[in-house]
Ligand binder design. Structure first.
Ligand SMILES: Cc1ncc(COP(=O)(O)O)c(C=O)c1O
Length: 356
């Protein structure tokens, strides 16, 4: 613990009684408080927890024009005994730090990120749902706050953390989702910003995702930007294939977001004797493996969706449909184990859950 002091101004009127915890819509309800920290004259100062609410800013604030911003997406869970934990806090901080570096945002010190988040989740502890498969989604966001239309790195920044109680990410729940490639579009290129969590990546994905949804698919399966053959990832998930009894996922080549859930799946698989192969996979190879019956399961892995079975991949003339209407056994094993660790039913492999 550092010597950092965090001022806490509590709301006199909690909104928690207005929330229907049985029907949570992802990212639509926010807990009572937020963390705010400002950066000026070369340092981050005065962390403050205050009631969740509007933040004042000018229309010339540079992040609105040039997108110099970074965010994270992580979760707090409740164990059966009532204790609350944050999942993989260190890994999320590390990715946040790397993302900031890529877009010239001064490093948010570890203690501000970690202790600030702990204090916020502690303040809004009653907002962490108790039911299994539900959680408190935590959204740290940092953005450039200079008032300028000049294209340069800002000199002032603001860092916020907000929280939102959530249930399932997809309307399908944990039923298999349908993916399609969109070969006319790309998500990320080598040397770009696909491997960090910056808002522009998501803005660029909206139009192709909307088109995919109009065609009846849940999400886009992104292919590489050069040959349009190598599978990369899904909108907010990394992708895994069970090929015979091997777990295969595309390698972190520089244009894929290094998912923390991806890392958890790989570590759990290895610790349980499963062979993991991080290697390039083409869409043609997938179609062949499907024809020969070697492609057993496909699933996505991400904080919001946890483990999400994929029932269909469409690509031009291919329609790869596998499994039934339920999660396959391997996907289910990861789903049960990861949610089990998060809710305290399965032993923590080592430092994954930070108790609050
Ligand atoms: C583009 C993209 N890929 C993958 C993921 C999965 O990453 P994580 O498991 O850290 O949530 C996310 C979600 O953050 C994402 O936005």
């Amino acid at each position: 613990m550092s010597q950092m002091t965090i001022e806490i101004k509590k709301t006199p009127h909690s909104r928690i009684s207005e929330i229907d915890f049985d029907h949570l819509v992802f990212g639509e309800q926010f807990s009572d408080h937020m963390l705010e920290v400002r950066y000026s004259e070369g340092s981050w100062r005065d962390p403050l927890i205050l009631p969740y609410g509007q933040i004042p800013m000018y229309p010339a604030v540079s992040t609105l024009h040039y997108g110099q911003a970074v965010f994270e997406g992580m979760k707090a869970f409740r164990y059966k005994d009532g204790k609350v934990n944050i999942f993989r806090l260190d890994k999320h901080y590390e990715r946040f730090r790397r993302s900031c570096e890529r877009v010239c945002i001064p490093e948010v010190p570890q203690d501000i990120f970690k202790e600030g988040m702990r204090a916020l989740v502690d303040t809004d502890r009653s907002w962490v749902p108790g039911a299994k498969y539900k959680s408190l989604y935590i959204r740290p966001i940092v953005f450039a706050s200079d008032q300028t239309l000049g294209l340069r790195a800002s000199r002032n920044y603001r860092f916020y953390i907000i929280c939102s109680p959530v249930g399932n990410y997809y309307a399908e729940g944990i039923k298999p989702i349908r993916l399609t490639t969109m070969p006319k579009y790309v998500r990320a290129v080598l040397g770009g910003v696909g491997d960090v969590k910056v808002p522009g990546n998501y803005a660029a994905s909206l139009q192709p995702t909307m088109k995919a949804q109009q065609l009846g698919y849940t999400q886009v399966l992104w292919l590489d930007a050069i040959e349009h053959r190598y599978v990369e990832e899904v909108g907010s998930m990394n992708i895994f294939f069970v090929i015979d009894d091997i777990l295969v996922t595309p390698p972190l080549n520089g244009s894929i977001l290094p998912g923390i859930t991806r890392n958890s799946v790989i570590e759990l698989a290895k610790a349980n004797g499963m062979t993991v192969d991080e290697r390039p996979v083409t869409i043609d190879e997938l179609a062949d493996l499907h024809k020969t019956g070697k492609l057993k399961e496909i699933f996505g892995a991400g904080t919001a969706a946890v483990i999400s079975p994929v029932g269909t991949i469409h690509h031009e003339e291919y329609q790869i449909s596998i499994g039934s209407d339920e999660m396959g056994p391997v996907s289910k094993w990861f789903y049960e184990n990861i949610t089990g660790i998060q809710h305290g039913d399965v032993a923590d492999p080592g430092g994954w859950c930070t108790l609050i």
